[in-house]
Design a protein around this ligand. Structure first.
Ligand SMILES: [Mg+2]
Length: 232
């Protein structure tokens, strides 16, 4: 089966697109770099008199740092999460948009499908980005990580399950994400995942993780959404 046909078949019963934020919508830390965010997070935690462990300095991914704090210093999580959410909001203002996403959002509207953002980023930062890019009305719902609960982040199925209507058949949903943890969260929530390999090296990892299909561009997905709407 051709990739395009494969995508159309996959999407035929889908009524709601669950879409990861960092990657499909934009590069969140393209303007304010992730390592700078992690550094400022450590500094602000120290200023708030939290015990910042020396080996946390090696962690350049702010979300991984938050996860680590949750394991090693759970008492610091509420402040760490709040500090990170503010920094993510600052980063979201400088994020680099993925121009292909608007084709997906158009196709979702034209084919009568809902779009829900499901992301490990803070909901406040995602909403700030959507407002700045006039996309708020094109997204039905935003599900960011649960504040103060880093364990809700993917690969946990928590956020996907928060996004889905209780009791509704999972086959009415599909998840689009660019990371292995997205595919893993999809498996755990019983939702198929379309892997978005926006960097060449990701393709193999997403396939190996068990993505239903892997695309290197969102444009074939947008086309397939329109085509599959005509056949269902
Ligand atoms: Mg992502």
């Amino acid at each position: 089966m051709k990739p395009q046909q494969e995508l159309s078949k996959l999407l035929s019963g889908v009524r709601t697109l669950l879409v990861d934020f960092d990657g499909p919508f934009c590069s969140v830390f393209a303007g304010l770099n992730a390592d700078e965010v992690a550094e400022r997070m450590r500094r602000q935690l120290a200023d708030a008199e939290h015990d910042v462990r020396p080996d946390w300095k090696a962690e350049n991914d702010p979300l991984a740092l938050l996860r680590r704090i949750a394991h090693e210093a759970p008492g610091s999580v509420p402040d760490a999460d709040r500090i990170l959410a503010d920094l993510e909001t600052e980063a979201a203002r400088l994020a680099r948009p993925n121009p292909q996403m608007s084709a997906v959002l158009d196709a979702a509207v034209h084919s009568g499908r809902d779009v829900i953002v499901v992301s490990n980023n803070a909901g406040s930062a995602i909403r700030c980005y959507l407002e700045n890019h006039r996309l708020t009305h094109r997204v039905n719902k935003v599900v960011g990580r649960r504040p103060g609960e880093p364990e809700s982040m993917k690969p946990s199925p928590c956020l996907l399950l928060d996004a889905m209507e209780p009791g509704r058949d999972a086959s009415g949903y599909i998840f689009i994400g660019d990371a292995v943890r997205d595919v893993e969260a999809g498996h755990a929530a019983d939702v198929l995942t379309i892997g978005y390999a926006n960097k060449e090296r990701k393709e193999r990892f997403l396939i190996n993780a068990g993505a239903a299909v892997v695309v290197t561009s969102l444009l074939p997905l947008a086309e397939a959404l329109v085509v599959s709407a005509r056949t269902t």
